[in-house]
Design a protein around this ligand. Structure first.
Ligand code: ARG
Length: 462
């Protein structure tokens, strides 16, 4: 396609290092769509004849059917999906095929194809995350009252509800969806027509191709159009952030499924056995989600390193933009699906969770709060008194509410028998009814709002 000025063909090494067809064949649908939009515009603008344009469009349809049926052929001599398709078009329709590349370069072509691909990837992630959110709110609704220990430093801190814990991940998924939506909005400008770097002398209509391909409009600067990969980096940033959330959720399941915790029984469908230890049921899917997050972050770093320091406009380094995006998209899609299944199908062992919440003096803050509220003691002093009570209970190996009243009044005379009502884990979670708190009544509100946001329930009349 470019051999005119060369006396000798490329070496085997050149062919191999140059070929992007092994991976950019994934762009074939976008490449055909963009070419069809381009040729329709060329015809409308009388840059190619209606007859040639019709032959080109029909040839592209034939090629699409061939690719769909048999896959894209991988000939390194043809370098990439753009030249593979154009050379096949020439075989099918003859010299008219050569008119397709008028007023276009592979630089704006690949920028357009790749944007279309990444735009669709954003939509796929959004659908996946919506399904994850449905699983989370469903299980959270079931477990708005299920009490478990809440942790800080992975040390028992205060009792929370399982519904509240799951809804924390709903919030993360909500932010992730907004990041992908934001990236999608920002990338939705069409670089086609920027040509090699400087625009074109042909009277093209960039608004027409932009509209045909579902973009909001054409990009404003031809140099930027062919050198910009922000859209791919935006996608990878959102993907990396999302994968961190999935990794944290996976880690919770791994910890909860361990025998000393025993908070959850993982679905058989997302676990594996051991080839030597018959009793084992391993959380491999969750561990791989945790592992994949590292690879996805690596994909982000990979593309950032490819782009850093490149002068305007296109450089061949940029051919390396696709593998990390493709890899991240496939890892992320799998990770979201795995965690959705895990959340939807796990069996939560609520009795174990509740028993664990009773341990570790999780209601010590409630004793301090009670001293503040009922006895008017400043919080810092209440904290100190409570510390003494915990120390005593610990030395006897009993829970706080198992200390006789005489022992509590010996620590501070202002304590009376009403304190016991505040020391149960139920009272503790019910008390935390501040907006966004763990009280079952609050969790139910958040679940109800989330169900409306997800279209699972109708909202209140406006
Ligand atoms: N295969 C190339 C890529 O993926 C297409 C663009 C080639 N442009 C060029 N000027 N050599 O980036």
């Amino acid at each position: 396609m470019w051999g005119g000025r060369f006396a000798a063909g490329p070496s085997a090494i050149m062919r191999e290092i140059n070929a992007s067809i092994p991976f950019d064949k994934a762009l074939w649908r976008q490449d055909i769509a963009a070419s069809k939009a381009h040729v329709a515009m060329l015809a409308r603008q009388a840059i190619v004849s209606g007859e040639d344009a019709a032959a080109i469009a029909a040839g592209l349809d034939t090629i699409a059917a061939e690719y769909a049926a048999d896959g894209v052929p991988e000939d390194w001599d043809l370098e990439d999906i753009h030249m593979t398709t154009e050379s096949r078009l020439a075989m099918l329709i003859g010299p008219a095929a050569g008119r397709l590349h008028t007023a276009r370069s592979r630089n704006d072509q690949v920028a357009t194809d790749f944007r279309l691909w990444v735009r669709e990837a954003c939509e796929q992630v959004d659908a996946g995350l919506a399904a994850l959110q449905v699983a989370l709110v469903t299980r959270a609704g079931e477990h708005a009252d299920s009490i478990m220990p809440g942790f800080t430093h992975l040390q028992t801190a205060q009792p929370v509800t399982l519904g509240h814990h799951l809804m924390a991940y709903y919030e993360m998924a909500r932010r992730d969806r907004s990041r992908f939506a934001d990236a999608r909005t920002r990338m939705n400008q069409c670089p086609l027509g920027a040509a090699a770097l400087a625009g074109t002398g042909f009277p093209i209509d960039r608004a027409m191709t932009a509209t045909a391909l579902g973009f909001d409009g054409p990009t404003a600067n031809s140099l930027d159009s062919v050198s910009d990969r922000d859209f791919a980096i935006d996608y990878l940033m959102a993907a990396a952030q999302c994968s961190l959330h999935l990794s944290r959720l996976a880690e919770e399941f791994i910890i909860w499924a361990s025998q000393p915790f025993g908070f959850v029984t993982l679905p058989d469908s997302l676990s594996t056995g051991s080839s030597i230890m018959p009793q084992k049921k391993n959380p491999d899917a969750a561990e791989l989600v945790r592992g994949h997050s590292g690879r996805i972050a690596g994909c982000l770093v990979s593309l950032m390193m490819t782009m850093k320091g490149l002068p305007l406009a296109y450089s061949k380094d940029m051919q390396d933009d696709k593998p990390p995006v493709f890899e991240a998209a496939s890892l992320l899609g799998l990770s979201i699906a795995a965690m959705t299944g895990m959340v939807a199908e796990a069996t939560f062992r609520t009795l174990r969770m509740r028993a664990a919440a009773e341990l570790g003096y999780a209601t010590a803050t409630d004793l301090a709060d009670w001293l503040v509220r009922q006895a008017g003691i400043p919080f810092r002093e209440a904290h100190h008194i409570t510390g003494a009570a915990v120390k005593l209970a610990e030395s006897r190996g009993v829970a706080l509410d198992a200390l006789p009243l005489a022992d509590l009044t010996a620590i501070d005379a202002r304590i009376d028998e009403r304190v016991y009502a505040a020391l149960s884990v139920e009272a503790s979670v019910a008390a935390r009814a501040s907006h966004g708190g763990t009280a079952p009544v609050e969790v139910r509100k958040r679940v109800a709002e989330a169900r409306v946001a997800l279209g699972l329930n109708e909202g209140p009349p406006a």
